[in-house]
Design a protein. Structure first.
Length: 167
């Protein structure tokens, strides 16, 4: 069975009906609701969506969809793969070093989310975020880092590409 992670940026589209990807994301959310055992999450994504920095009105739109689309039977990746915590930290540090970012805090959540997805072996990391480690120009580096740790490269795909591949 294939597993997926929907990044915070995907849920954020639901706030604005005029957003370019709105219809596509609505379809993805419906698909995820029907196949929620395939959709995993992290504490990081949950924390971002629950943040007090996000307006309550926005949280009221996003959070119900988030909870409808994540597996009821599977805990966040940090719990499911807790024995891999050390590997996640090494992998995340390796990503940051190769990214040559002076301010690691800017990409910390993305780095950890992708590292957890890698350790879990998910099939696709669906995101609209195209900066930092999630930028296409960085994918070869991610693949090399993962291979060095004995892990597969987790595809990073846009909501549009994911939508095109849904059955």
């Amino acid at each position: 069975m294939a597993y997926y992670v929907l990044d915070t940026s995907v849920y954020g589209v639901l706030v604005d009906r005029n957003e370019k990807d709105y219809g596509i994301v609505k379809d993805i959310i419906e698909y995820a609701k029907e196949n929620r055992e395939r959709f995993l999450t992290t504490f990081i994504i949950s924390k971002e969506l629950h943040s007090d920095e996000v307006d309550k009105h926005i949280r009221d739109i996003i959070l119900p969809r988030y909870y409808e689309t994540i597996s009821k039977d599977k805990a966040p990746l940090e719990i499911l793969f807790s024995e891999g915590h050390g590997l996640v930290e090494k992998l995340a540090w390796n990503y940051i070093q190769r990214l040559e970012k002076k301010v690691a805090d800017e990409v910390k959540d993305d780095v950890l989310n992708y590292a957890w997805a890698s350790v879990a072996g998910v099939d696709a990391f669906v995101t609209r975020n195209r900066r930092g480690i999630l930028a296409e120009s960085y994918w070869k580096t991610l693949e090399k880092s993962n291979r060095k740790m004995g892990l597969s490269f987790v595809k990073i795909i846009s909501p549009t590409k994911f939508h095109e591949s849904m059955p």
